[in-house]
Design a protein around this ligand. Structure first.
Ligand SMILES: [Zn+2]
Length: 451
């Protein structure tokens, strides 16, 4: 009987907070911080205001303006010689995936066999710190993340275990038989090789179940393999996904590698189209009109990646989509490594350096710095469906703020030199140095129940 009571007590303690208000950490007075911004960029309007004060209370922005009163005892951060702007967004990446030239010849099918979920989750933690260090405060992390390593990463960051951006995880990609793999019959049927890299879902019942399970296990967005196989999803299939995802408050991204797949995704009203290979002018007009975000994953041509021909096509598509008014995001698809990823001085590029280096493609497309900034911020927040919570530097929103010495509105490469990073009101980088000591602690300092 005593055991039954104990179990009942545990169940009550686990379920009641979910039904009622979850218990909060004991509330002390919120820490107040003031940032003195020499130049503050509004990345929506593409304008600058000088000598602004941003007052931050706890995790959120309280006031912004030239004459904000700074209460006594406030910690003041002097960025009066800097350009201050909202944190950046990578709208499509895979932080828990690192496929390599050796041993797997860039075939991530083998990465998945070689690298366990725990190993990949730890890689993800490292990658998250590296991209935060480069000013990325939001990353949409969409599939190919082993067994929900992306969700674990989000939770670890939300709970305060490690520094990192706000992660928008998708859980495993949902696809029709085979996903992006071409397995042998025995690996497919006897060893279930698809899972967890993909969830096979063909019938409408399977599709609904796959979406619900991903939401249950912590996905904040749903990622679909629209046309990874010739028997990919129909417009009706995808409308079902959109409706089911909406019940859990999630939007849907479709991986598209064909013209027809792009069209079906537009007709089904997906929120984001990834890659968009085969995208033409007419489809771009439709995307602009329906406000469907494009994560075109614009790989630059560098000593470590890509070909000149592929780059020309990537640049042409980006340029065309932008000219047609498609809401394009800054997106990378970063998930690989090789031993040529070095700077001129021989130092390794970080995952953050590699991410910001996608500016090469945007510059080649001739897109103006203010428009690139908008793609890296406002369009990213909207694509991530978080714009009412975080992103713009406005009262009431989470304080996700970065600073650079130069002027990114005239020279977008100024973003390569992020000296200051704040997320949720906490300073993660100052004077160009990451501050890891704050994370040497034994528990979920922001609360075990933050998801
Ligand atoms: Zn991808």
């Amino acid at each position: 009987m005593k055991r039954v009571i104990t179990i009942a007590a545990v169940l009550v303690s686990l379920t009641v907070p979910a039904l009622a208000q979850r218990p909060q950490a004991p509330a002390g007075p919120l820490k107040v911080t003031a940032i003195k911004a020499g130049r503050l960029v509004d990345t929506d309007a593409g304008t600058v205001s000088t000598n602004q004060i941003i007052l931050i209370e706890g995790e959120k922005i309280k006031e912004v303006g030239p004459n904000v009163a700074i209460p006594p005892g406030t910690e003041v951060i002097d960025l009066s010689k800097m350009t201050v702007l909202p944190g950046l967004v990578d709208a499509h990446a895979h932080l828990a995936m690192t496929y390599k030239e050796y041993p797997e010849n860039n075939i991530y099918y083998l990465t998945y066999v070689n690298d366990s979920t725990p190993l990949r989750a730890i890689q993800a933690a490292s990658n998250a710190m590296q991209v935060l260090n480069s000013g990325f405060t939001v990353v949409r992390d969409v599939g190919n993340n082993a067994l929900y390593a992306d969700v674990a990463l989000r939770m670890a960051i939300e709970q305060g275990w490690i520094p990192g951006p706000t992660i928008i995880p998708s859980g495993p990609m949902i696809g029709s038989t085979g996903g992006q793999f071409w397995p042998t019959p025995e690996m497919y049927k006897d060893h279930n090789i698809m899972y967890p890299e993909y969830i096979d879902a063909d019938s409408r019942d399977e599709i609904v179940k796959a979406v619900r399970q991903n939401l249950l296990f912590g996905a904040k967005t749903i990622k679909l393999c629209v046309d990874c196989k010739p028997w990919g999803y129909s417009v009706d299939d995808m409308k079902l996904v959109v409706a089911e995802a909406a019940k859990g408050g999630a939007k849907v991204e479709g991986h598209c590698q064909t013209h027809d797949g792009v069209q079906r995704s537009i007709d089904a009203g997906l929120h984001i189209i990834a890659h968009g290979r085969g995208l033409d002018e007419k489809q771009s007009e439709q995307m602009a009109q329906k406000v469907i975000y494009l994560a075109s994953t614009d790989t630059p041509f560098t000593p470590y990646r890509g070909s000149e021909n592929a780059f020309k096509n990537t640049v042409a598509t980006l340029k065309m989509a932008w000219a047609k008014g498609v809401p394009v995001t800054f997106s990378t698809d970063m998930d690989y490594w090789n031993d040529r990823m070095k700077k001129d001085n021989g130092d390794w590029m970080t995952r953050g350096d590699l991410t910001i280096n996608f500016l090469l493609t945007w510059k080649a497309a001739g897109i103006a710095p203010k428009d690139i900034l908008k793609a890296m911020t406002i369009n990213g927040y909207k694509a991530a469906d978080i714009i009412n919570d975080r992103g713009p530097i406005k009262p009431g929103l989470y304080a996700d703020i970065i600073a650079v010495p130069g002027d990114p509105l005239t020279d977008i490469d100024a973003l390569r030199n992020v000296q200051f990073v704040m997320k949720n009101g906490m300073v993660y980088k100052k004077d160009g140095v990451m501050l890891p000591e704050k994370f040497f602690h034994p528990g979920p300092v922001k609360g075990w129940n933050r998801r």
